[in-house]
Structures are given as C-alpha cells and as structure tokens.
Design a protein around this ligand. Structure first.
Ligand code: MG
Ligand code: ZN
Length: 380
C-alpha cells in the first residue's frame, strides 16, 4: 500500500512496528485467558500463509511417499491441528474455510469474507494494507475462486465470481498471480476490470501476452498476472508456475518500501484431485506445493524475520492409503468425492512459530497471525 509509505514517525515507532511486541505477555479479557496470551515469541516482520486446499494428513503422507519419502514440510518443528468445521456444517467448504483464516469468523459454507449473517468482515490482508504492510496473493486456481477470493472480497456466495472480481480493485493488493482472467475482462456487465486495475496504477500481464518467466517486474508499481483464462492446468498437464510465482512475489514484496508483508500462497488443486478421487492428481499437486514450501523456507531462512505457516482448509475425499501400498505406489481408497471433517495439520516456521502448536479452531489461525504481527486485540 504505497500511500502508507508516509506512515508517520510516531506510528512507525509505535503501532506500526510489530517488533515492539517481542517477548511481551498480553492479558486476555478478564476471566478469559487464552493459551496464546502466555506464549513468548519474537514478532515477525512478514507472514506467509500457504494453504494446500484439501490437504489432509493422508494427502501429505501420500505426497511424501510418492516423493522418495521426503518433503520440505519435514523441516517444520512447530506443528498443530485445527478444527475445520464451519458455522453451518461439520464439513466445511473452501469459502468458509478460507474466511476462517482471513477474517477469524466461523461462517457458513459458501461465504466469501463475510460473517454468518452475511456481513462483510475486514480480512487480515486488508488490515495489513491498512496498517502499512505490502500484500500479495499467488494461487493455482482463478483469482476469484473461494480461497484467494476470501482474502480480498466480501460476497455472500462463492458462485458470485464476477462480484468477487469486482471487489479486487477496491483493495490495494500489491501483487497477485492466479488464473481467472475472463472474470475480469469478459463480464456480463461489460466492465473491463483489467483496465480498471491499470487505471489504478497496476501493471497487468497474462499468459496471453508473455510467459511469466520473461517478465521483469517493476517493484514501484502494483503487479498482477493472469495465468489462465479460467482455471490453470493441473501440474501433471504442464502447469509450472507455483515456485517461480512464489519467488517473484517474495522478490517483489521485499523490494517494497513498507515495513513488512502478508503473502497468501495457495496450492489450489490438491482439493481437485480429492474431488476426482485421483490419487496421482493429489500427490503430484502436493509435491508441487511442497516445492513452493521449500522455496519459501529458503527465503525465510535467509530473511530471518518471516513467519511461514502451512495448512489446509479441509481434507477432501476421505483419502486413505490402503494395504498393498508401497513407498512409490499408493493403493488409494476414498470414502467420498466431497470434503471431510478431519482435523487439519498446521506447520509453522520462523518468528512466532511457537503460537501454532496445539489443537485449536481454524479461526485461531487468524488470531495467531494478528497476534504475531502485533495487531491489537479486537473488541468482541
Ligand atoms: Mg481453494
Ligand atoms: Zn473442494
């Protein structure tokens, strides 16, 4: 958010500087002491939230075995579990699941950045922008899909993709790479939102103009790149941008004058492999997502001020690794082609990682990220 570069010195020294919360203990409301209130941690400058859509423990396990019994995820020391249910269903969808992370609200399935009554709730990405941090989104689905959409849009139903797209120019998101170009420039209302974004100072490219790898990004301008007209291909059919897009996002965000950043990266299609009951689709997408995790971890290790959180919104498929499976041949079984309600793993690395061990609600991930950033407690 470039206009906040001028964040006053007083603010910089105070509310704008999350490092001021290092080692402090904040008391909860009288009579309510949450475990996080007693955790001492070093505040991160940057947070990268990586969501493997539909990535339950079996998806991770199968991906690991199909990848020579190793994953970058094994480097994480702080691991927790979240309860993924939504406000109206024990089995969440990706919209309610992402809104739990982005807004800290248990809401109904299908809700995009709105509470259970359908009222818009500021997302952590919007709050980060407001507080003077740089922001980014990278996904392997369309930008208007439930997971990325829930970080910048406020719509009552996930199917309202054109309305979700129309919310993007209202947020000063600094950087995005995802699919879904069509929902921006060939709309029923005939608005061209790509032109709208360009009018707001964005540089926008798409796969149609130029390959991502050939683009030199100007860090002085907001940047968007559409990887597909609607949904990007599965990695098994040649999609290869998650790692380079994540690295481009990190390069861009670290060049911003802001004092830190919030980046959401989604491995979107692990879920689609689950819906298809296709074990190879699942494992290839998990391995692709894990490569991006490796690239992000390498950055975070160099940087030293970045908290990396990996989780999923829910499990998909009731996926099981059945008898007669071997290390490189998964004999898979599925109980459903829908989502399931299993506890979902959370992995954290870097300053603030201590906050993420234990078992907690999916909405706590939002609370923990805000606490790590040093954003003040919200009055309930
Ligand atoms: Mg998703
Ligand atoms: Zn799904």
């Amino acid at each position: 958010m470039k206009k906040l570069i001028l964040c006053s010195i007083a603010l910089l020294a105070f509310a704008c500087n999350p490092k001021q919360t290092v080692g402090t203990v904040t008391k909860g409301k009288p009579g309510i002491v949450t475990p996080d209130d007693t955790v001492h941690f070093t505040a991160p400058k940057n947070i990268i939230l990586m969501i493997g859509d539909g990535m339950g423990l079996t998806q991770i396990t199968a991906g690991m075995y199909m990848n020579g019994n190793k994953l970058n995820l094994e480097q994480f020391k702080y691991i927790g579990l979240h309860k993924s249910y939504s406000s109206d269903d024990l089995v969440t969808d990706s919209a309610a699941g992402a809104t739990a992370f982005s807004c800290g609200q248990k809401t109904y399935n299908g809700a995009i950045g709105v509470d259970k009554k359908g009222r818009p709730v500021q997302t952590i990405l919007e709050e980060a922008e407001q507080k003077g941090l740089a922001t980014g989104i990278v996904a392997t689905c369309s930008m208007t899909h439930a997971t990325p959409g829930s970080f910048f849009a406020h719509q009552k139903k996930r199917e309202m993709v054109e309305e979700i797209a129309a919310d993007l120019p209202k947020v000063d998101l600094d950087f995005f790479i995802a699919g879904g170009k069509k929902h921006f420039d060939r709309r029923k209302d005939e608005q061209n939102l790509i032109e709208t974004l360009k009018g707001k100072g964005y540089v926008i490219f798409s796969y149609f103009d130029e390959e991502l790898k050939n683009i030199t990004i100007d860090p002085n301008k907001n940047f968007g790149y559409f990887t597909a007209d609607v949904e990007p291909l599965p990695v098994s059919q040649g999609r290869d941008y998650l790692v380079p897009a994540s690295l481009m996002a990190l390069d861009y965000l670290t060049k911003q004058p802001e004092k830190g950043f919030f980046l959401m990266i989604e491995g979107s299609q692990i879920d689609w492999g689950g819906h298809a009951n296709d074990s190879k689709y699942i494992t290839s997408e998990v391995i692709d997502f894990d490569k991006a995790i490796g690239a992000v971890l390498d950055f975070a290790k160099q940087d030293g001020e970045t908290l990396v959180i990996i989780t999923a919104d829910h499990e998909t498929g009731g996926y099981a690794i059945n008898p007669t499976s071997t290390m490189d041949t998964i004999v898979a079984a599925f109980t459903t082609d829908k989502h399931t309600a299993a506890l979902i793993p959370v992995f954290a690395w870097g300053p603030g990682e201590e906050l993420f061990s234990g078992i907690y609600e999916n909405t706590s991930i939002y609370d923990k990220m805000r606490r790590a950033f040093g954003f003040s407690k919200k009055v309930q």
